[in-house]
Design a protein around this ligand. Sequence first.
Ligand SMILES: Nc1ncnc2c1ncn2[C@@H]1O[C@H](COP(=O)(O)OP(=O)(O)OP(=O)(O)O)[C@@H](O)[C@H]1O
Ligand SMILES: [Mg+2]
Length: 327
Amino acid sequence: MSSLVEARDLVIGYETPQGRVRALDEARLEILPGETLAIVGESGSGKTTLGMAAGKLLPAEAICESGRLLVDGCAVFEAGADELRALRRDRLGFVFQNPMNALDPTMRTGRQVARAMGGQPGRTAISALLARAELPDPERVMDSFPHELSGGMAQRVVIAMAIARGPRLLIADEPTASLDASIRDRVMATLRRLRDETKASLVILSHDLRMVARHADRIAVMYGGRIVETGESRRVLAQPAHPYTRALMAAAAGNERPGQRLEPIPGSPPVLIGRCDKCAYEPRCGFAQRQCAEVRPEEREVGGRRVVCHFAERVLENLPRTSGAAP
Ligand SMILES: Nc1ncnc2c1ncn2[C@@H]1O[C@H](COP(=O)(O)OP(=O)(O)OP(=O)(O)O)[C@@H](O)[C@H]1O
Ligand SMILES: [Mg+2]
């Protein structure tokens, strides 16, 4: 199946007063039409940078240094303004962590939804769209200002706006993180239902491996601006091949409340200045050997998934590092 999105060795940095931070370090990823893909990783791994890049919606200090990003046939970083506008309007839908940031506080929601739909939709059409996002009383919601809605309802309005033009790709960045734990699953279920209905691809960016496990067809694990493991959810979760995936799973396997953030993995993720010329996870990795500190691992196929680790076979078999070869 030809992919809907293809990131090829994408390098994106941010200009800061301290120099340029490398947020994506030759990231490679494919998103298939109609699939639900979860991109999981700790804070700073590059999830939002990758998600926003799909619509070239990055802040001004972001720079695409090299690589390519193709979204539904559009080379995002080479496209002209009109092509980008059309891509965002007709083929992409975004749902962010905090719905209040996505809504205009001074405008009734009905008008905002109408704008997202384009043309001059009547009340019936607006109300029908809100009902598709499972808002209980769409007529009342239309006439409300965002602050009159609960967080969950506001997020459903944002979801309605995101699907208004039947996008090919829905990108949801921590869509339930700001919501009450009791409604997170229901909002996720709505997103999934709409994905089924619209046949769009759904990409969920999240820290929450547990939530993702239940909702995604495939998982992409991100670390240090690279996708370090991708494969079918069931396969990856049953038997991770990257030590970082294992650590994320172990961190999620405790008795945390639903939706609670992962317990931190000891050590902290890297902040890259240039290309990482070793394995970025090596300082925190229980499987690391000398090679990991000396050679940048390339993506390869191990155990039916793509993985970026010199010792993925050992990780799959849960073998400790070879004795005497510690870094
Ligand atoms: N506007 C910015 N200016 C400078 N650095 C930035 C900016 N945005 C992101 N970064 C840096 O880029 C890297 C990737 O950040 P990004 O926000 O993409 O990660 P993330 O996985 O979405 O994290 P989180 O889980 O916290 O949302 C981090 O090192 C981050 O500090
Ligand atoms: Mg983010």
